[in-house]
Design a protein around this ligand. Sequence first.
Ligand code: JFZ
Length: 482
Amino acid sequence: MKQLLNKKILLLSILLLNVVVTSAQNSSEAKNTIELKHGSHRIGKRTDTVMKKWRGYGLGQFIHWGLYAIPGGEWNGKTYNGAAEWIRSWDGMPKSTYDSLIYRFNPTQFNAVAWAITAKEMGARYVTITTKHHDGFCLWPSKYTKYTVANSPYKKDIIGPLVKAYNAEGIDVILYFSIMDWNNPNWRYDIKTEADSLAFEKFKTFTRNQLIELLTLYPTAKGLWFDGTWDKAWVKQAAFADELETEMRKLRPGLIIGSRFRADEYGKRHFDSNGAMMGDYEQGWERKIPNKIDDVHGNDWDCVMTVPENQWGYNKAWKGHIKTVNELIEMTAKCVSLGGNFVLNFGPKGDGSIRQEELDLAKGIGSWMKVNSEAIYNCGYAGLEKQDWGFFTKNTKTNKLYMLVFNVPLSGDYRVKLPARTDIAKAYLLTTSSSALRTEEIHPNEYFIHLKNEPGKKPFVIVLESTSAAKGSGNVYEKAKT
Ligand code: JFZ
């Protein structure tokens, strides 16, 4: 009897162990699970309406604007070879000279409404705006430092009018905020002495005050985009950052915070020591796009992209490859096909105007989006095998399937593999829904869609309507028994 009971207990514990191990693997792909106080606080994706909306944005705009737009990557006739917004870190420009740029900040051409209209016409559904970059200059009149727009010749708030103008166009705003602050005397890269520790405590209070101030002044902001969080001093603040995140979420329920805000108590960033993502979406896709769905580990994510390579702030002399309209549309399609959003960066000039190259790109993307945004907005991963002609997306509300074509096959045959027991009911061009394209079943659940190729200059979309089929169509032979 006792033996039987022991056996039962053993069996039960094996079963339980299995459940624990598989759920840990499913949730975080963790091999070992250790107890964490300041790791991830949520398993799986957020399911609330704010995050669902974020997931469906598809296309966004990033804005990097600050004092660095005035030198635009050049100082005293010399060119800085790094990212324009990092010019203060360059020996070629003395720090005090950089900091005095505040007295030259007077963007007479700045027009918040014009920026918002440009974004709207591009088809962006959210915008991330730098409220304060690493240089510490605040585009809002912060009470907690003198280094703000209020003390520049311009005097006025920039963030408020931008939030208002973008919201008026139906575009949600995310506030970019750099924790690292080169202007604040209490900022430290690391904490090595008692004095460092005292200074950094003050810096933490300052950071908290500014964040609460931003959320209070701009209550419609949907989220915060954190940056400058990689230095040791901040990485050591797991408890403080965790508490601050909780406080901000309490103040603004639904607030969206990416994985780049805080580290866990072992100093692990983005993903905690158990491999679980911290925050609401993965913020590591910077100027790079995942190649396959496994790369995103079931997480929400967005990709932020520059027009030339690694220039966020305004740089007078763009060098190297400049991305084209079609290339940027392809990146948008690729991101959406893998369940992410694509965010294109703009670096307005020191006078507040947007450079012509960026206006042209916005216009070009926008004219494509006007026709094809149905295949981008509220769309995501379609669960189908990737094909050479381009990307599949699927509308999460209507379940409609889209084929976004970037590489036209010379044969005119577009291969599609559907899951078992699904048939194509209808295929048609998004622009001409009334005429169906000819489809041919070539293997069970595998099709060619035939489309006479016309030399086009723009990527285009084929809509697929599928139905579930109880049996095969009977049009193909049985599989060989190998
Ligand atoms: C940061 C900033 O330093 C840069 O100026 C810009 O604002 C950009 C959006 O963010 O740069 C980074 C941050 C993280 C990575 C790369 C560049 N990263 O994780 O690969």
